[in-house]
Design a protein around this ligand. Structure first.
Ligand code: FES
Length: 177
């Protein structure tokens, strides 16, 4: 007669395996049942093949161009751009949006900064760097101009793309690539 003590570790392993398989079956069934619901509630990704993304407000809602263009020329509007980076858009004197967006991320140590309309500068509160309206450094310690993104308006939607080609302020390859 075999009075061998059952191998606890192997019976535990079988139990764990059964539990795992049962759990996996339940999870797969739940996932297949929920799939249509999640497809309904999760909007399609707002990206394009060119790496563009819709400009969004702080709640994550797309911002129509008309909402920003309702502001006077010279307005700097802050939106969430590529990878959620806060990005300034500019209303031009002709009532259109500039195709250049400026990322609100100081090139010194990464602080965000406000636009000072009186001085016509972006002024970093952390260590005093200042940038002109095009994002060029006018006072350090910031070592580099602000990162640019491309802004495209189509059917009242604002699309933000990585900046293509050279940095027009330096005529050189962008430092952020
Ligand atoms: S982080 Fe802007 S000046 Fe230092």
């Amino acid at each position: 007669m075999d009075h061998a003590i059952p191998n606890d570790s192997s019976s535990l392993s079988r139990r764990q395996l059964l539990n795992f398989l049962t759990g996996a079956t339940v999870a797969a069934t739940a996932a297949s049942a929920l799939y249509p619901a999640t497809r309904f509630f999760v909007p399609p990704a707002a990206t394009t093949a060119g790496g563009g993304i819709l400009a969004k407000d702080k709640l994550g809602n797309p911002i129509p161009a008309s909402q920003i263009l309702a502001n006077p020329p010279g307005t700097r509007a802050l939106i969430a751009g590529l990878a959620g980076e806060p990005t300034y858009l500019t209303v031009q004197t002709d009532g259109t949006l500039s195709d250049r967006g400026l990322v609100d991320n100081c090139t010194h140590l990464g602080c965000t900064f406000p636009w000072n309309g009186h001085d016509q500068q972006f002024q970093c509160p952390c260590h005093g760097s200042r940038y002109d309206p095009e994002g060029r450094v006018v006072r350090g310690p910031a070592p580099l101009p602000l990162k640019l993104v491309q802004v495209v308006v189509a059917d009242d939607a604002i699309w933000i793309y990585p900046w293509p080609g050279l940095d027009p302020r330096t005529e050189a390859s962008p430092w952020w690539r």
